[in-house]
Design a protein around this ligand. Structure first.
Ligand code: G4P
Length: 283
């Protein structure tokens, strides 16, 4: 069911991205720092080919700081600049702008040597839904927000927003649909909310989330739900019941409302109340 979640839009948006890319110097790919692999669409590499690319590890406020740093090193080893960003607070926006300039420095110098001075850098934000593309655009443009180019109402033209003296950004991000290459990726996208909750079996998703967290983030569960060490064992169904009881998610008769419990746990995970959690680590 999940695999067929996004069919209709895919081809059209991909075509649009390819069309827009002709105008672009640097592609800025937004990833979710908690799931850098699952939030990367592998098609992107084919689509952008040899274009310059930088990666933004967004939602870094929700990920483990150490793990995010390891991801930055990982990308560096693969010759990709990655910048740690929290688009909600604005952290990392300036660094990302600097990274865009740095990656273009050599090319601009070469062009300047040929007499083409003062050329601007044109960028496009790309990523799967829910990684924070719009939040990044809003944050980055709040600093300056000078629209360049066309008049209101003329929607066929591209809108460029000046980020600073040198950088112009296409105002609409390129949306790529996630790839559900295996269950683990689909689950990660369900945990983080990229796959909307109305198409998932929430209790099953949370069961899988608890299974993951009960090994790698045991202490966070204990702290958040006031549990004992011994409550966290292989019996995930019991653990979910217990959390429901602790949080008062009950139906009449005192039975645990598992659907409500699942909502609570998902919300806690997504808002960071369960702690900073990186689901995909550098191997
Ligand atoms: P998109 O354009 O890539 O689809 O993503 P968008 O910016 O709409 O962000 C998706 C959700 O992620 C939003 O939450 C947004 O606030 C949140 N978000 C974006 N960047 C960050 C970040 O760096 N840290 C954290 N913690 N959250 C981030 P929402 O609940 O859907 O909307 P809202 O209630 O915040 O408005």
């Amino acid at each position: 069911m999940i695999a067929n979640y996004f069919p209709g839009h895919m081809a059209k948006t991909k075509r649009e991205i390819i069309e827009n890319l002709k105008l672009i110097d640097v592609v800025v790919e937004v990833l979710d720092a908690r799931i850098p692999i699952s939030s990367h669409n592998p098609d992107l590499d084919n689509i952008i080919k040899n274009k310059k690319r930088i990666v933004l590890l967004n939602k870094s406020d929700l990920a483990q700081e150490n793990d995010t740093k390891k991801w930055v090193d990982y990308y560096k080893k693969n010759n990709v600049t990655a910048v740690i960003v929290d688009a909600n607070s604005g952290k990392g926006i300036d660094l990302s702008i600097k990274a865009i300039k740095d990656i273009m420095k050599e090319k601009l110098e070469q062009e300047a040597a040929k007499g083409k001075i003062g050329k601007s850098i044109r960028i496009m934000i790309i990523g799967i839904p829910n990684v924070g593309k719009s939040s990044y655009i809003n944050r980055a443009t709040k600093k300056i927000s000078a629209k360049v180019g066309n008049k209101p109402g003329v929607t066929v033209q591209k809108q460029w927003i000046k980020l600073d003296k040198q950088i112009e950004m296409l105002d609409t991000p390129g949306v790529l649909w996630p790839k559900f290459q295996n269950d683990e990726i689909a689950l990660n996208l369900a945990f983080t909310g990229t796959i909307k909750d109305d198409v998932i079996e929430r209790t099953e998703v949370v069961y899988e989330l608890l299974k993951k967290l009960s090994t790698a983030y045991k202490q966070d569960l204990i702290d958040r739900y006031n549990l004992n060490e011994s409550d966290i064992n292989n019996n995930i169904a019991e653990l979910m019941e217990l959390i429901g009881q602790k949080r008062g998610a009950l139906v009449s008769g005192g039975k645990v409302d598992l659907e409500k419990t699942a909502r609570i746990i998902l919300e806690d995970f997504r808002t960071g109340k369960l702690g900073r959690i990186t689901l995909e680590k550098v191997k």
